[in-house]
Design a protein around this ligand. Structure first.
Ligand code: ADP
Ligand code: MG
Length: 627
């Protein structure tokens, strides 16, 4: 999507074209190494998606390769199947049926394993992948009908329209085509609404849920997709070797797949190919070299791999692909500028300058006023939340009307963020009644709050910091899209995607940050990142907006612009609840103020009333509010 990635990609396409031209001339040995690289890279590409991009580490991927290989091996060689096979059907269909069986088995196993283990967080998930990686490996070796530890031989070659793919040279072409197709589909997926949701999984699941993403479902789908890719690789492998046994599906190999994904560049799809190439070539070399050096044979290359991975990741924590791509680009960019391709726009001027630019909102960006002015949007009654012995919220009641800016203030630790989390579904109250748009919300997840029209920002900014600002804002529009995974992979979502990006751009412009649309979000100042979060919330076209300290880190003019934006939103009928420490800001924008102290409401009223309230002045030690 970004121009930055264009040039290395072009280089890669050129190399692939060169490979295609040379393919018939290469020696047999080179061809079989290249074919294995493609088979490895198909698995590694799934792992890059799952581990590098969605943040779920798996050591057990080799087991899914095994499922794909064994399913087809069994189907193609079982005497029962042969006996039941209708004579009208050509036996060359068997391997293709084997592919379907492998995919079906992998889908079911991955779904069940995913449902059982993906809820785990931290180190438990990787540990579980080791456990089922081992289990499936031993299962392959112990099942009589799968040939035990000797395996299954005599597999037929693949045939496509009468053409036999018996030689590695022929099958290698198919393997590379499958790899390219997989990389293309995955790249498309990542450049879509669902791709943004996948990236959000790693960044923060709380944030993702608040954008309306069902993170549990999304994680399972990523997991299953990676498993299916592994399964396809296993099927190709089985029909290339024409023989399967448990060894290539062991935990050792599972770890190698992870090496490939991580060393190449865990966040970059092309890193999968780079990693598989490096590891495969290295393995070939080491298998020759180490026995000669050490005078003994054994699996010493595993030790060397481990050490190398440590060294590589010390120097290149993002894997090798990003720095290689940068270098390639530096090499090529002088030529590119000669042919008139401009560099990335580095506009970092004062964001306020663009504020005066007139913006004509596209029709879809002005949400219809579905609320009457003064209608109660959100009503919290006696919300209580305890953390151990600490009562963070003690029977807090607060209501929010449409067309109102309601400020929630109080000293640090008063319980403001806790209350935000309760009323946005991020945290559960121990007691109290919460209604949103007239619906009882007890026990509902954050994405249900989002569905009813609640948008929020976070006190501790939760953005995809390595991704462009515009993509972050577009993430907020997740719910308004319809295109699913398959549509995205096949690029059938382009119209919807263009509309989404258009809307995101509009919200970004409205917040004065259009000049930063293509910058990585993490490069902005913290104040600007807060504004990006507001734009992201607005992209969801909310009716209730919760802002946790939006003005923190903003300069004076930026605060004025923020106040103007909030006023405009209020006029459109939004209900805005804002936590803020800057009292000047609060007193100028708020219609009503609720004051929390030690978890309890000590006052509620207009700014004028609050400024006179003795309990409030006391809580603030008499100073702050007099300014
Ligand atoms: P505020 O946003 O007003 O500064 P918070 O709502 O963040 O305050 O915190 C209120 C109190 O609850 C603090 O004493 C804080 O330490 C405590 N607290 C907040 N979240 C948790 C948690 N997840 N576990 C334990 N204590 C918490
Ligand atoms: Mg707070």
């Amino acid at each position: 999507m970004s121009r930055v990635a264009m040039t290395p990609r072009k280089l890669t396409v050129l190399s692939l074209a060169a490979l295609a031209v040379c393919w018939p001339l290469l020696p047999d040995f080179t061809v079989s190494v290249l074919a294995s690289i493609a088979l490895y890279a198909i698995v590694a590409a799934g792992l890059v998606l799952m581990t590098g991009i969605a943040g779920m580490t798996s050591f057990g991927q080799a087991a899914f390769v095994g499922l794909g290989a064994y399913a087809s091996a069994w189907l193609c060689t079982s005497p029962h199947i042969a006996a039941a096979w209708p004579p009208v059907l050509p036996p060359t269909l068997l391997p293709w049926l084997g592919l379907l069986l492998g995919l079906a088995v992998t889908l079911s196993v991955a779904w069940v394993l995913g449902a059982a283990t993906l809820r785990l967080s931290g180190h438990y998930l990787p540990l579980c992948t080791i456990a089922w990686g081992l289990s499936l490996y031993f299962l392959f070796g112990n099942l009589e009908f799968l040939g035990g530890h000797t395996g299954i031989g005599g597999l037929p070659p693949l045939t496509i329209m009468g053409l036999s793919l018996a030689s590695p040279r022929a099958l290698g072409v198919l393997a590379w085509l499958v790899l390219m197709l997989a990389l293309w589909a995955l790249a498309n997926l990542l450049d879509s609404r669902e791709g943004r949701a996948i990236r959000a999984l790693k960044s923060s699941r709380v944030m993702a849920e608040s954008m309306g993403i069902d993170t549990a479902r999304q994680r399972i789908r990523v997991f299953v997709l990676a498993a299916l890719l592994a399964s396809i690789s296993g099927w190709l492998y089985a029909h290339m070797q024409r023989f399967v046994n448990p060894t290539p599906f062991s935990l050792n190999i599972g770890i190698e797949y992870l090496f490939m994904a991580v060393v190449g560049g865990s966040g970059h799809l092309w890193g999968a190919l780079l990693g598989s190439t490096l590891i495969t070539l290295l393995k070939e070399q080491l298998q020759d070299l180490l026995p000669r050096l050490l005078g003994a044979s054994g699996n010493f290359e595993v030790v060397v791999f481990g050490l190398l991975m440590l060294i590589v990741l010390q120097g290149f924590p993002q894997g090798l692909w990003p720095s290689l791509a940068r270098r390639g680009q530096r090499l090529v960019s002088p030529f590119m500028s000669l042919v008139g391709q401009p560099g990335a726009s580095g506009a970092t001027g004062e964001t306020l300058d663009e504020r005066n630019v007139e913006i004509n909102p596209p029709a879809s960006t002005s949400p219809p006023l579905t609320t009457d002015p003064g209608e109660t949007l959100l009503d919290a009654r006696e919300m209580t939340r305890q953390f151990g012995g600490l009562i963070a919220n003690d029977k807090v009641s607060l209501s929010l009307q449409s067309g109102e800016i309601h400020a929630l203030i109080g000293p640090n630790g008063a319980g403001k963020s806790t209350f935000f989390n309760l009323i946005s579904g991020v945290d559960r109250a121990d007691d109290g009644v919460l209604t949103l748009m007239g619906q009882a919300m007890a026990g509902k997840p954050a994405r249900e709050f989002a569905r009813l029209g609640l948008g929020r920002t976070f006190q501790h900014v939760k953005l995809l910091s390595a991704r462009p600002v515009l993509e972050n804002v577009a993430l907020g529009a997740y719910r308004s899209g319809r295109a699913g995974w398959l549509q995205a992979m096949l690029r059938l979502d382009r119209r919807e995607e263009a509309a989404t990006l258009h809307r995101a751009r509009f919200q970004l412009a409205r917040c004065g940050l259009q000049a930063h649309a293509d910058d990585a979000a993490g490069e902005l100042s913290l104040g600007q990142q807060r504004i990006v979060e507001i734009a992201r919330a607005l992209a969801g076209e909310p009716r209730v907006l919760l802002l946790d300290e939006p003005a923190a880190g903003l300069r004076h003019l930026e605060k004025r612009a923020l106040a103007a934006l909030l006023n405009q939103l209020r006029q459109q009928g939004l209900g805005i609840l804002v936590v803020e420490h800057d009292m000047d800001f609060v007193m100028t924008i708020a219609d009503r103020i609720t004051v929390l102290n030690f978890g309890a409401v000590i006052a509620s009223g207009t700014p004028a009333q609050i400024q006179q309230d003795p309990a409030v002045l006391d809580a603030y030690l008499g100073g702050v509010l007099d300014e």
